[in-house]
Every structure is written in structure tokens, then in C-alpha cells.
Design a protein around this ligand. Structure first.
Ligand code: PLP
Length: 463
């Protein structure tokens, strides 16, 4: 029901935009476990990370005490081109569901790359430029990160080399073309342009690739080229830091109208949008100032939080990256090819992993056809064509709203609408033609992935 004092869309004024990112780790009593050197199993030192990552980003990665980190002026100016992102009151969805719940979503799809990834891409490109680098390398799965990074690199005049998971490269030629339009060089992964790619191709001929493979290739491409560094669009704590802009804007907008969410929901692939959305709210919870329910939603076909192990694991298939402690399915886990869209990564942000392990956050997994059904129901009333990833959150938000209908509770539900689905129309087509199926890995399938997780003193586990 329309509330006179709450508009459909809440926009902040330019001068109300956050000026600093919020580092949730500063308020965590149990800090996320440090990255380990895969050879020595000792915490990675800054010097060891610098050959791979940009200097300033290494500092941010290792900083778990500074609560606020100023956003550089150049990044703020870029943010102003597409931010603030609107906070929308889903009046039409509430009406359709006939729920007493109040539903809000933060929409991050209002930029050409079509997702929240640009928030971190522009920050990472800025620090690379400031360091005087020539360019950066990265991987992309569904393609949103590669697109965002291409835009950010062209803005700062940096070269951008993208390794795109082969299945997406073939299924999403238009994504690839957007990246090339912004000047990026796009290679399907695994490729024979790197040593690790050749090795993976030899061991798994005809593989459709995975994020883990593409990461290994991108890291190698950066470390074997003068003036290049590797950048990553999710999972890392620095990315969660940059994405805190989502939650900070949301919190400011809600405070302005006296709105307090009861439940905050987000989809979780590597955990960056969810980590960013919940950051200031979780901060309040950690400091004992307020309480919220947080729900991470992951696909049943790639269920790292709900069925994974909380141990140190490789971040990539080629095992060249540091070890991270996270909920993981094993770096060799490759989700079924019938899985549409993103959220395919085998692990989860170590910040979110720790929060989940401390029971400060819940997680649930959902199947693909119910997600697409929710996506279409949402599109038909709210107008936006959502990304499949975002639709995981939509589905659970709708479930919670329907529960309120049964109990008569007027809960306030907030979810992250991370992007648009224009490049996912092949998946929508399969759904519309009734050809989409659900795939839930059996315990046996998961065991194969777990078998690839390294066991060493302090990292023993059963599977
Ligand atoms: C990449 C992506 C995600 C998942 O990544 P997180 O790091 O978990 O946020 C979700 N939605 C969209 C639209 C994406 O592009």
C-alpha cells in the first residue's frame, strides 16, 4: 500500500554520497583468517602480494583495523556519473504478492556494465594508474566484471586483458563485443596463450572452463609481463570494501526516511555485493547497536556456504594464488554446464565465510527454475529485467514476503538487485521454452571437489 511519505524511488543528493568506504573487518571480533603462502603455509606478507596485485590494493587487502578508508577524488567523480543508485520501494511487487511486508531493493544495474562490479573496477583501475602501471589482467565468468573493468580501464587509459570462461565466451558474444568496444583484449579460457592454460587443456580436453582456470591464466599473464598486475572482481576483502558504497548509500537513504530493515537479502557468488550491501548494517550488529537478519542466497548447483567446507583452499584451479580460508567446494569443482549466469565460483569471501561461521548471517540455496520464475514475476510488475544472479535474491525476498502474508507481520525486507539480464536472454529463452532444468550435485559429486582441497597441519578435514 502506497505510503505518502515514502517515494517509489529514494535518490540521495550528490553531496550526500559516501566519501569513505567502510571496512567491516574493523568491527569484526573474529577477523577473517589471513591469506596463506601456498608453499610455506605462513600468512602472506605485503611484499609477496605486490608482484601480483597493485600496491595500494594490497594495503587494503591486509588492513583489518581501519574502519573508514577515504574514496579518492577521481573515483568519487566517476561514481557521480552513475551513482547514487536508486533505492526502490517495490510497491508494485507488494501489491502483486498481497503482502503486508514492505519491500525495498537497491538497484545496481543503472550503468552500461549492468552490475555493481563497476564500483570496484573503477577503484582498482585508479590505483593501477596511480602506481604507473601499463595495464591489468583479469578473468570474467558471466562477463559483467570484464565489462566493468574494460570501462574503468578505458577511463584511465590502461590496457585491459580479460580471460573469459570459454562457455560464456561462446554463449555471450555480445558481452565480449562490449568489452572490445571499450578497448579490452578478450581471450577464451582455458587458452594456449599461458602455460597453465595449456596444462589445463591437456588434462581436461574440451573443458568449458571455469572461473578458477581463468584466474590462473590471468595471474600468469600479469606476472610474466612488465608493468601489469592482476585484479579480481569479487571474493577479496578489498572488493567487499569498495562495494560497501552499496550499503552506505542504502543506509543513508533509509535513515533519511526513518526506515529500518528487518531482513537483508543478497545473492552470493564470491560475496562482494552481499558483503557491501550488509556492511554498515552488520557493523551495527557487531557493535551491538541494532539487530538484523542477513540471508545469503546461492545456487543449489554451486552451494559453497550451505554445503562447502570451511577450510583453507586454493583460489584458482592452477593453484598459483594464495590460500584463503573460506567456505569452499574445492578449486577443482566445476559447476554443471546447465547452470545459467554467474554465482559459479567454488569459494566465498573470507569475510562472509567468517560471519556465517559465527552465525551472524544465514545462508540458503535455491534452484534455477524457481529463480527464473521469480525473475519473470518481478520483471512483469517492477519493469526491470533482472540478472539471473540478482534473481536469487528476488526469489528469497518474495518467499519472505509471502511468509509475512501468512503471519500478518509487516516486516521490512531489503534486497540487493545487483544487475540487469539483457545478456542472459539465452537462459531466459531456455526457461521460456520449458527447457531449463535444475541440477543439484550429489554428495558424490561434491566429494570430488573436496578431494582437491589441500590438507596440511591445521587444515585437516573429513569428506
Ligand atoms: C558478479 C555478479 C554477482 C555475484 O558476485 P558477488 O561477488 O557475489 O557479488 C551477482 N550479481 C551480478 C549482477 C553480478 O554481475
Amino acid at each position: 500500500m502506497y505510503e505518502k511519505n515514502i517515494p517509489y524511488k529514494i535518490y540521495l543528493q550528490e553531496d550526500e554520497l559516501p566519501k569513505a568506504w567502510y571496512n567491516l573487518r574493523a568491527d569484526m571480533k573474529n577477523k577473517p583468517a589471513p591469506l596463506l603462502n601456498p608453499g610455506t603455509h605462513q600468512p602472506m606478507k605485503a611484499e609477496e602480494l605486490m608482484p601480483v596485485f597493485c600496491e595500494e590494493l594490497v594495503k587494503q587487502e591486509l588492513d583489518d583495523t581501519t574502519p573508514y578508508i577515504p574514496i579518492p577524488e577521481e573515483v568519487l567523480n566517476f561514481y557521480k556519473m552513475y551513482r547514487p543508485a536508486p533505492l526502490v520501494r517495490a510497491y508494485c511487487l507488494e501489491e502483486k504478492l498481497q503482502t503486508p511486508a514492505k519491500i525495498y531493493y537497491k538497484f545496481e544495474g543503472n550503468n552500461t556494465s549492468g552490475s555493481h562490479k563497476l564500483n570496484s573496477a573503477i577503484a582498482q583501475a585508479y590505483y593501477a594508474k596511480k602506481q604507473g602501471l601499463k595495464g591489468v589482467t583479469t578473468e570474467t565468468g558471466a562477463g559483467q566484471w570484464g565489462t566493468a573493468l574494460s570501462m574503468a580501464c578505458s577511463y584511465f587509459g590502461l590496457d585491459c586483458k580479460v580471460f573469459m570462461v570459454k562457455v560464456s565466451y561462446e554463449q555471450k558474444p555480445f558481452r565480449r563485443e562490449v568489452m572490445r568496444t571499450y578497448g579490452a583484449d578478450v581471450t577464451p579460457s582455458p587458452s594456449n596463450t599461458t602455460q597453465v592454460g595449456r596444462k589445463i587443456l591437456q588434462e581436461h580436453p574440451g573443458t568449458s572452463g571455469s572461473l578458477g582456470c581463468a584466474i590462473s591464466e590471468a595471474v600468469e599473464a600479469a606476472t610474466t609481463r612488465e608493468g601489469y598486475r592482476y585484479v579480481l572482481g569479487s571474493v577479496l576483502s578489498q572488493v567487499v570494501l569498495h562495494q560497501s558504497i552499496i550499503g552506505l548509500e542504502t543506509k543513508t537513504a533509509m535513515d533519511k526516511y526513518g526506515i529500518k530493515p528487518d531482513i537483508i537479502i543478497g545473492c552470493a557468488g564470491g560475496g562482494s555485493n552481499l558483503g557491501g550491501l550488509i556492511a554498515p548494517f552488520m557493523g551495527e550488529k557487531l557493535r551491538g547497536e541494532a539487530d538484523y537478519r542477513f540471508i545469503a542466497v546461492e545456487p543449489a548447483s554451486c552451494p559453497s556456504l550451505t554445503r562447502g567446507k570451511y577450510v583453507y583452499d586454493f583460489c584458482d584451479t592452477g593453484m598459483v594464488c594464495p590460500l584463503a580460508k573460506m567456505y569452499t567446494l574445492g578449486s577443482g569443482f566445476i559447476p554443471s554446464a546447465n547452470h545459467a549466469g554467474g554465482l559459479r565460483y567454488h569459494g566465498m569471501s573470507s569475510i562472509l565465510s567468517q560471519l556465517y561461521d559465527d552465525k551472524l548471517m544465514e545462508a540458503t540455496s535455491v534452484e534455477q527454475t524457481e529463480v527464473f520464475k521469480a525473475a519473470e514475476d518481478f520483471a512483469r510488475v517492477e519493469g526491470i529485467l533482472p540478472a539471473p544472479e540478482s534473481s536469487h535474491a528476488i526469489y528469497v525476498a518474495m518467499q519472505e514476503a509471502l511468509r509475512c502474508k501468512e503471519t500478518g507481520e509487516e516486516k521490512t525486507i531489503l534486497f540487493g538487485l545487483t544487475g540487469t539480464g539483457y545478456f542472459d536472454l539465452t537462459a531466459y529463452q531456455r526457461f521460456n521454452d520449458g527447457e531449463m532444468t535444475d541440477y543439484v550435485p550429489a554428495d558424490e559429486d561434491l566429494k570430488k571437489g573436496f578431494a582437491g582441497i589441500p590438507q596440511f597441519p591445521g587444515n585437516e578435514f573429513q569428506f
